[in-house]
Design a protein around this ligand. Structure first.
Ligand SMILES: Cc1ncc(COP(=O)(O)O)c(C=O)c1O
Length: 288
C-alpha cells in the first residue's frame, strides 16, 4: 500500500519546507522517518507482493522527496548509472541518440558501448549549441542533455531546447545532477525525464550510491516509468527488469541526508553555475 503524503504538502512552496515534509507517513503514531523495511516478499492481498517489482516503503520515501522537488514522479535506482541505463533501455534498436560533447564519461561510455554493438547511433553536440539541439530534436529518439555538464560546466539553454518540437516518440532527458532540482526543474521546462545521480549533491555525504529518474506525473509518453498491471509503483518495471534496486538500509539513511541538501545550496550554486569560477564550487563538494 502506498502511503498518502501529498495532502500535507499542499501549501508548502519553499524547497526547504518540502524537503522536510515530503516522504513521511503522516498517520498518527507513525515513525517520523520512514524506517528501513527489510523485506523481499510481502503478504499477498495488496498491490505490493515482491520488492523488486513493487517497490518498498523505504524507497518510496526517497522517491517522494525528490519527486516533489522535481515536480514529478521519481524512481530510485541502485546508482546513477543504473538510472541512466534504464532510460537508454527504453530505446528501440536503430535509435538515434544525441549527447553533449562534454558529458559524464560513464554516460558517454554506455552510449558508445551500445553504438559498438549496433544498438543505436550516437551524435555529439556542444551543450550550448542551442540551434544544433533544436535541429536534432526533429529526428532523434533520445536527446540526453546535461546542464551544467560534467566536467566543463557548460550550460545549455534548456528552456529553448525543451520547448522545441520533437518526434512524438522521442525522449528528452536532462541530467540534473549538478544543478539539482533546487536550481532548475527540467520537467517544468518541457523535458520528459529529469535524472539525478543522488550520489552527488542530493546525497551529499559521499557515503551512498543512488540514482533518481523522474518523469511528469501521469506522463503517458514517458515510457521509462510504465505502470505495470500489478505494480504499486509506476517505475517498477524499468527497475525490475534489470533488478537495479537500492538496498533499503542505504535508502533509509539517504532520506535524512537528502532533506538537508538545501543547506549546502548557497555553497555550491553560485560557484557551480558561474562559468567564470566553476571549479572552486565543485572542489568544495569533492565532485572533482
Ligand atoms: C553528471 C553525472 N551523471 C551521472 C553520474 C553517474 O552516477 P553514479 O556515480 O551514481 O552511478 C555521475 C557521477 O559522477 C555524474 O556526475
Amino acid at each position: 500500500m502506498s502511503i498518502p503524503t501529498d495532502m500535507h504538502l499542499a501549501g508548502l512552496s519553499s524547497a526547504e519546507s518540502l524537503l522536510v515534509a515530503a516522504g513521511r507517513d503522516r498517520r498518527p503514531g507513525s515513525p517520523l522517518n520512514r524506517p528501513p523495511v527489510l523485506a523481499s516478499n510481502f503478504v499477498l492481498g495488496t498491490e505490493r507482493a515482491y520488492a523488486r517489482n513493487d517497490g518498498t516503503p523505504t524507497w518510496e520515501a526517497l522517491e517522494e522527496i525528490v519527486g516533489v522537488l522535481e515536480a514529478g514522479e521519481s524512481v530510485a535506482f541502485a546508482s546513477g548509472m543504473a538510472g541512466v541505463a534504464a532510460v537508454f533501455d527504453q530505446l528501440k534498436a536503430g535509435s538515434r541518440i544525441v549527447l553533449p560533447d562534454d558529458c559524464y564519461q560513464g554516460v558517454a561510455g554506455l552510449a558508445e558501448a551500445g553504438r559498438q554493438k549496433g544498438l543505436w547511433s550516437v551524435s555529439r553536440l556542444a551543450a550550448d549549441d542551442t540551434d544544433g539541439w533544436i535541429k536534432a530534436a526533429a529526428d532523434s529518439d533520445l536527446l540526453w542533455l546535461e546542464s551544467p555538464t560534467n566536467p566543463l560546466l557548460v550550460v545549455a539553454d534548456l528552456r529553448a531546447i525543451c520547448s522545441a518540437s520533437r518526434k512524438s516518440s522521442a525522449l528528452l532527458a536532462v541530467d540534473n545532477t549538478f544543478a539539482t532540482s533546487l536550481n532548475q526543474r527540467p520537467l517544468d521546462l518541457g523535458a520528459d525525464v529529469s535524472f539525478q545521480s543522488a550520489t552527488k549533491f542530493v546525497g551529499g555525504h559521499s557515503d551512498l550510491l543512488a540514482g533518481l529518474v523522474t518523469v511528469r506525473r501521469h506522463a503517458r509518453r514517458a515510457r521509462v516509468v510504465p505502470r505495470g498491471a500489478r505494480c504499486a509503483h509506476p517505475g517498477a518495471q524499468a527497475r525490475a527488469r534489470p533488478g537495479q534496486c537500492h538496498d533499503p538500509r542505504g535508502t533509509s539513511e539517504f532520506a535524512p541526508g537528502c532533506r538537508v541538501h538545501a543547506l549546502s545550496r548557497p555553497a555550491y550554486s553560485p560557484d557551480a553555475l558561474d562559468r567564470t569560477r566553476p571549479v572552486e564550487g565543485l572542489r568544495h563538494h569533492n565532485l572533482i
